[in-house]
Design a binder for this molecule. Structure first.
Ligand SMILES: Cc1cc2nc3c(=O)[nH]c(=O)nc-3n(C[C@H](O)[C@H](O)[C@H](O)COP(=O)(O)OP(=O)(O)OC[C@H]3O[C@@H](n4cnc5c(N)ncnc54)[C@H](O)[C@@H]3O)c2cc1C
Length: 408
């Protein structure tokens, strides 16, 4: 089965439904195998929808518990919580995203100064390294906008330790081409492979492991791949993790509009929203990188947002407008004035390019006299504070989080 990522919620729910029978023991046993792009039945392939919250982590967990019970679905549930963990980890440490952007800029500068690095990067990006598995994953990434988790780990490891390319250029390349490209899951996973996330720990792709888990579709020679993955020295310390204080509640007495970024496209399920008189959305998928973002990613994001706007309009029985991508505060104020809005609800925009883009805009809207209320889901407010340390500690909170957040 080759997944088709139709950019709407209905397709996400169908995929969840189709996958559900596999979410128990079968997933635990088989999830690490990458059988190739046309045989993805051993994983859910839900990530492009989950990333934009066309379907919620909560819904995945609830469905898996209902179908298999918490014990049998434990592995699948844990993987879903990995996403929540990464989101929380970065939300508590926004400076790590800023550091990534600085690192990326420095690497780009180094590219203009050094033709040798530029050539090696080009070979990798063209899938012309001569390492068969890597070149095939590169083609898959460029044509499908998706890679299996294990392939992402091998790919990133070969990028960093065999090809000796800077990790941040790899993370940027993924963000430009993955339909599920996410500032938290992507940046922190690349940091983890490269040894920047867990001090002293790196991930080394091994030839025998690749052969085994690709069902021998690829059988690289051990000498083709790096044999060690030394951890980097001198990692910076981060300030203590802090979660921004809970946002204000919406004022039910004010004429209210809803503004959607691309970060949360299931507004119907948000609690605490007064009656909505108008809905608008704008996304900034092109801002995921300073380099061009793939057409597939732009189209997926655009259509996914259009789907959410349509659902919101019918949910609140009001008009909806998809504003141009990368809109500024003036464009939103014009729309808000036309709809005579006094208050704007914005589903929480987590750390990453959308926060960078819309964060300043929100301040401008408030300065212009529009009340803005950013709504954070209970899921995020309750789970994120547990991401202060490693996943092992986070994992211990999962049963309690499920009992508080998931109705089955
Ligand atoms: C280098 C690297 C880069 C990555 N970049 C991204 C990214 O940009 N966006 C992204 O969503 N995931 C990223 N991942 C995590 C993971 O590879 C994908 O979420 C997963 O492969 C998606 O496939 P699936 O939906 O079939 O997952 P399943 O195995 O079916 O898991 C179900 C859901 O759980 C979540 N999930 C599963 N594994 C992970 C994980 N390790 N980390 C975070 N969430 C997880 C996803 O939302 C996924 O849809 C990255 C991993 C690596 C190693």
């Amino acid at each position: 089965m080759s997944p088709e990522w139709q950019p709407d919620r209905q397709a996400a729910l169908k995929q969840l439904d189709d996958f559900l029978p596999q979410a128990g023991d079968a997933y635990r046993r088989g999830r690490n195998h990458d059988f190739g792009p046309d045989r993805r039945g051993n994983v859910s392939a839900l990530s492009p929808w989950v990333r934009h919250r066309l379907v919620l982590e909560q819904e995945l967990v609830a469905a898996a518990v209902r179908a298999h019970g918490t014990d049998r679905a434990e592995k699948f549930i844990q993987e879903v919580f990995w996403r929540t963990y990464w989101k929380g980890w970065l939300e508590l440490r926004p400076e790590v995203w800023d550091d990534y952007l600085v690192d990326l800029r420095e690497c780009r500068d180094a590219l203009s100064a050094g033709p040798e690095l530029r050539d090696r990067l080009q070979h990798a990006e063209n899938g012309e390294t001569g390492i068969e598995c890597f070149d095939a994953w590169m083609r898959e990434l460029l044509t499908r906008g998706y890679l299996h988790n294990h392939a992402r780990m091998w790919f990133a490891s070969i990028w960093v330790f065999t090809l000796k390319l800077p990790w941040s250029l790899g993370a940027d390349f993924f963000l430009r081409h993955l339909l599920d490209g996410d500032p938290a899951s992507n940046t922190l996973s690349w940091r983890w492979v490269a040894g920047r996330q867990t001090p002293g720990k790196t991930y080394l792709a091994r030839a025998d492991n690749i052969a085994r888990f690709t069902d021998r579709r690829f059988q690289p020679q051990a000498r083709e791949l790096a044999t060690d993955a030394p951890p980097p020295a001198g990692l910076p310390d981060h300030p203590p993790p802090t979660l921004p204080s809970p946002p204000d509640n919406a004022d039910p007495g004010l004429r209210t509009g809803l503004f959607l970024s691309e970060e949360d496209l299931h507004p119907e399920s948000l609690s605490g929203i007064p009656e909505v008189r108008a809905v608008a959305g704008s996304h900034c998928a092109s801002a995921r990188s300073a380099e061009p973002v793939s057409d597939a990613v732009l189209q997926f994001t655009n259509a996914a947002q259009a789907d959410a706007l349509q659902r919101a309009a019918s949910n609140w029985n009001c008009a909806s407008t998809q504003l141009t991508a990368n809109i500024d505060a003036r464009g939103i104020l014009e729309w808000a004035a036309r709809a005579q809005l006094e208050q704007l609800i914005i589903p929480w925009i987590p750390v990453g390019p959308a926060r960078d883009r819309f964060g300043g805009m929100i301040r401008d809207l408030e300065a212009a006299g529009l009340r803005v209320c950013q709504l954070r889901r209970d899921w995020d407010s309750l789970c994120w504070p547990h991401a202060r340390a490693g996943f092992f500690r986070f994992r211990k909170a999962i049963p309690q989080l499920i009992s508080e957040l998931v109705s089955t």
